[in-house]
Unconditional design. Structure first.
Length: 314
């Protein structure tokens, strides 16, 4: 295995899930590298939770494959799941146990060696800010501390991949800030998938973002690229019948083209050049189905709304 292959913690190809005649997830590809935090977004019903359940081995795909650190989830599910920590939207907490009792139970379930359990529990309590509440009943803790316990159970076995589904839902602003800091810290040691509806949270803690809508992956880019848009020289071009990207890149005045989705492109103009008129003329001439041409959005929220609302209206 090459160093590049070893750095890949999740590799999903052609991931599909059908429920009867309804396709909840349609041919999704996803890749995550060690030390990377991925923001996984989409409106309600987009297929995010179904995708995360397949990635974590809690739901079998109808088609496609999932590899966790090179281990096939379908062929070796126990070995693959051992590399994953999962915090579902509703944390799997036993309110009648205290924090130490619960984390010991989880460590046993994850087959942490007996001699290493106490050290593992102390480590996650320190990382999650739970050192002072080990003897308190989980049911008596605040919502913020219960979320911390939920994250602690996801990482007590030191997994390579941590999947967090809405980890800050229902928290107050101070608690959200604390959980964000914890997610950033997790990103330094693990690969993290963060699903949330709070878009500023994604911009604050994630390295990359993917957006799902109607079961399809409609956007994938880095946060750095999003923040680096220069609206004066970069436009978003939407075409219903797009040509190959090479043909778009060959247009006069165009310095580069990146795929945002199958029908949406980010186009960079050469310095001092405005190629918009030529793009419109060529789109009409070639019947590309131009539906959007505007300065590139710099807000993740604007891109999210643009993609999901456009899909609703077409």
């Amino acid at each position: 295995m090459t160093d590049q292959e070893a750095a890949i913690t999740i590799s999903a190809r052609g991931l599909t899930r059908n429920f009867g005649s309804h396709t909840a997830v349609n041919n999704i590809d996803l890749e995550l590298r060690r030390g990377e935090v991925l923001g996984f977004l989409g409106p309600n019903g987009a297929g995010k939770t179904t995708t995360m359940r397949m990635l974590t081995g809690n739901l079998a795909p109808s088609a496609g494959m999932v590899g966790i650190c090179g281990i096939d989830m379908l062929e070796q599910p126990v070995a693959a799941k051992a590399r994953i920590g999962y915090l579902p939207e509703t944390p799997p907490l036993y309110r009648e146990l205290n924090v130490d009792e619960y984390l010991l139970l989880v460590a046993k379930l994850h087959r942490v060696p007996k001699t290493a359990r106490r050290g593992a529990i102390d480590n996650v309590k320190q990382r999650c800010g739970l050192t002072e509440v080990g003897k308190k009943l989980i049911g008596a803790l605040s919502r913020g501390f219960q979320q911390r316990v939920g994250i602690a159970q996801a990482i007590v076995h030191n997994p390579d991949v941590v999947v967090l589904d809405e980890p800050t839902v229902g928290l107050d602003p101070n608690q959200i800030r604390e959980i964000r800091g914890l997610i950033r810290e997790l990103g330094g040691r693990h690969s993290v998938i963060l699903s949330t509806h709070i878009l500023p949270e994604v911009e604050a803690v994630c390295d990359r973002v993917q957006i799902m809508h109607r079961g399809n992956l409609v956007y994938s880019d880095t946060i750095k690229a999003l923040q680096g848009f220069n609206s004066g020289h970069t436009v978003l071009l939407g075409l219903r019948r797009p040509p190959p990207p090479d043909e778009l890149a060959a247009l006069p005045g165009v310095a580069g083209v990146d795929n945002v989705s199958e029908s949406l492109f980010r186009m960079r103009f050469a310095a001092g050049v405005d190629a918009a008129d030529e793009i419109v003329r060529r789109s009409v001439q070639k019947n590309w189905g131009l539906y959007q041409l505007n300065p590139a959005q710099t807000s993740l929220e604007e891109i999210f709304v643009n993609l999901t609302q456009r899909e609703e209206n077409t």
